[in-house]
Design a protein around this ligand. Structure first.
Ligand code: DX5
Ligand code: ZN
Length: 218
């Protein structure tokens, strides 16, 4: 299976979002990554439900929604209504993660769990068979354009082992500091999907950059 690419609109041109969504539509990317920040779970505020609904009207790729918010269980239904296809909540924000994951799935979305850089992958062992996606943060969440934390490679390898030893079909997605170099290392470590924000949208030709990421091999 070739690597799934999920361009993050956090680095897009917010005055011309429609144009950037159309660029992703016409590219080889499979997903569009939407970062929702509440100013509490992370020290930044991005955009919310009305923006997601508008993106949904223009998008022809699956909406991969990454919630960096406290008590994400309060907004599951609302993000479904807004058009999320995949909903990822943070392990660190969920007291009853198993319940939250079941709620996401019962609303008809794929369920993802994100881990901050300091959170060990072993903590997912007892829920891995319920997961559709595990999102490893390779930067501290909150901002685009940060440098990749190298320890993520070891976490990716460990998570690959945990998934392969189980009956889980979970995909490993990596978010933060992805470029051609880190992307190749991540694929070698067992990643299935790569999020890329600034590397795509700040590049001269975002469509070509997506194609380049898509072609990366271990
Ligand atoms: C950071 C977000 C990322 C961000 C990645 O909190 O979760 O999705 O857009 O940006 P880059 O690819 O620039 O590191
Ligand atoms: Zn993200």
């Amino acid at each position: 299976m070739s690597t799934i690419i999920s361009p993050s609109l956090l680095s897009a041109d917010f005055l011309n979002l429609g144009k950037d969504v159309e660029m992703v539509n016409q590219s080889e990317a499979e997903w569009i990554h939407l970062d929702i920040m509440d100013g509490v779970f992370v020290p930044n505020i991005s955009y919310g439900l009305p923006v997601v609904s508008h993106i949904k009207k223009a998008a022809r790729k699956a909406l991969d929604v990454h919630l960096m918010i406290v008590q994400p269980e309060r907004y599951i239904e609302a993000f479904r209504q807004a058009g999320a296809d995949m909903l990822t909540v943070h392990w660190e924000a969920c007291t009853h993660l198993h319940r939250t994951v079941q709620q996401i799935k019962s609303c008809g979305m794929k369920a993802g769990v994100a881990l901050n850089p300091h959170t060990p992958v072993q903590l997912l062992e007892d829920i891995i068979e319920d997961m559709d996606v595990v999102l490893l943060m390779s930067v501290n969440p909150g901002f685009g354009g940060q440098s990749f934390i190298p320890r993520t490679l070891e976490k990716t390898r460990k998570l690959r082992e945990i998934i392969d030893k189980s009956n889980s079909h979970a995909l490993i997605e990596i978010d933060g500091g992805v470029n051609f170099e880190t992307g190749r290392q991540l694929i070698a470590a067992g990643a299935d999907a790569l999020v890329a924000g600034s590397f795509v949208f700040k590049s001269e030709n975002p469509t070509d950059t997506i194609r380049g990421l898509k072609k990366l091999q271990a």
